[in-house]
Design a protein around this ligand. Structure first.
Ligand code: FAD
Ligand code: NAD
Length: 359
């Protein structure tokens, strides 16, 4: 039938080859994708096991082998963006001639739907834990040396821990280590650290276990997932962000990107909804930029008060010109996001103008 034909056709779109010198092994993957970039390449090499995954739209190409001989930990990834060629380069541990790249394992040399691939996890070391508010901490995790992984804007990863004998998995959205106050320079991933801003709930199954991790402990981190496309921002004139509590996390990279790398934007606004002043994440860094609205303020709060509502949004989300291209991003507790999206639709915004971050 149709499906079989299509998958064979796709299969032909990616292929790999490898070659060697006395000291190096070079794996070359031909994707034939024009806008290949570092975020679309995920490599894990531990001991002799190599896994290289290439994202091509909603598909995934995989090279997965047990290498013929040992390689040193460091892996280099070179990308020829225009022609879609990806080179993954390893140093041989011993200068011997390899007869083959290695023994294939499950999924090797397949091109399938991303959703059918299944998540891959690697163990990351907890480097630091910093207080952000009374209940929220910034966790810094370090990727292993043999891993190449960049989490794209608007995407999340899954953390996995064994809690009381059971595997538990929860999604978290990487942030930057801080917001650059003047937003002059784009702030880029250093390729090694992943920063997560996580609220510790007093009865939370996962976050309690996370809070008990010691510096130097390991935790499993998955490949990125999510359907946000940064091209949505690159074509907008007005960007409006609505965040509730830790729903702020996807907004961090988004703000940084919008304010440093998108030239067509005329206005960028964010409303940050929190219960109390003490709950506002990165308040000092944000104060000059955004509007805070508290749902449970103390009586000396002079700022705005209330929950997300139609009248509040109609006041806030005005187009800078009657025909501006608008993108409204919303993230927070599920009822907050659902109500917000409904209000925005009622105010006449289309599906394409709204991006809701959900699971
Ligand atoms: P649970 O054991 O599930 O819940 C225990 C108690 O904690 C509940 O009774 C409730 O009082 C409270 N609680 C738990 N979950 C919620 C909730 N979702 N809303 C309100 N109260 C709750 N969280 C972050 O802190 N940072 C992030 O960057 C982040 N990114 C996410 C990205 C995605 C795509 C999604 C879907 C969620 C994200 N979350 C994030 C939430 C996170 O995945 C967990 O739901 C959260 O950490 C609670 O897990 P837990 O096991 O500790 O709590
Ligand atoms: P919180 O309880 O501190 O609430 C923050 C604000 O959200 C409140 O001040 C209020 O204005 C609003 N709010 C809360 N409940 C509401 C309701 N029922 N109706 C209308 N508005 C409401 O929030 P938190 O504990 O920080 O939780 C943040 C939520 O964001 C979590 O549910 C988390 O799963 C979610 N989140 C999702 C993503 C994603 O990408 N999908 C990323 C990060 C966080």
């Amino acid at each position: 039938g149709n499906n079989i034909y299509v998958s064979i056709l796709y299969f032909l779109f990616c292929s790999y080859d490898w070659f060697q010198t006395d000291s190096l092994i070079t794996l070359v993957i031909y994707t034939k994708q024009k806008d290949m970039n570092a975020e679309l390449v995920i490599v894990d090499c531990q001991d002799k096991r190599l896994r290289g995954e290439i994202i091509v739209d909603d598909h995934s190409y995989l090279v997965a082998v047990d290498l013929d001989h040992a390689v040193s930990e460091d892996v280099a990834v070179n990308i020829a963006e225009k022609v879609g060629k990806v080179e993954i380069i390893f140093n041989k541990k011993d200068n011997i001639h390899w007869k083959m790249l290695g023994q294939p394992w499950e999924g090797h040399n397949t091109f399938i739907k991303r959703t059918d691939r299944g998540l891959f996890y690697r163990k990351c070391k907890l480097i630091s834990k910093t207080e952000v508010t009374h209940d929220t901490k910034l966790f810094c995790l370090m990727l292993p040396k043999g891993t190449h992984l960049h989490v794209p804007i608007g995407q999340h990863v899954y953390l996995k821990q064994i809690i009381a004998g059971t595997e538990v998995v929860k999604p978290y959205t990487p942030v930057l280590p801080f917001l650059p106050l003047n937003f002059q320079e784009p702030s880029h991933h250093d390729g090694v650290h992943i920063y997560l801003m996580i609220k510790i709930y007093s009865h939370g199954l996962f976050t309690q276990a996370l809070d008990h991790l010691q510096i130097g402990d390991y935790i499993s981190v998955s490949n990125p997932e999510g359907n946000f496309k940064k091209s949505q921002v690159q074509t907008s004139e007005d960007l409006l962000l609505l965040a509730g509590g830790t729903g702020f996390t996807p907004m961090v990279k988004l703000l940084n990107f919008a304010l440093t790398e998108v030239s067509c934007l005329r206005t960028v606004k964010m409303i940050f909804f929190n219960k109390t002043e003490n709950d506002i994440l990165w308040r000092n860094q944000l104060e000059q930029l955004i509007q805070f609205i508290l749902s449970q303020p103390t009586k000396d709060w002079v700022g705005k008060q209330g929950k997300i509502s139609s009248s509040l949004l109609s006041e806030f989300v005005k187009r800078s010109r009657s025909d501006s291209k608008v993108l409204i991003c919303i993230c927070g507790p599920a009822p907050f996001t659902e109500q917000g999206v409904q209000y925005l639709k009622d105010l006449g915004y289309s599906q394409e103008e709204i991006h809701a971050f959900t699971a």
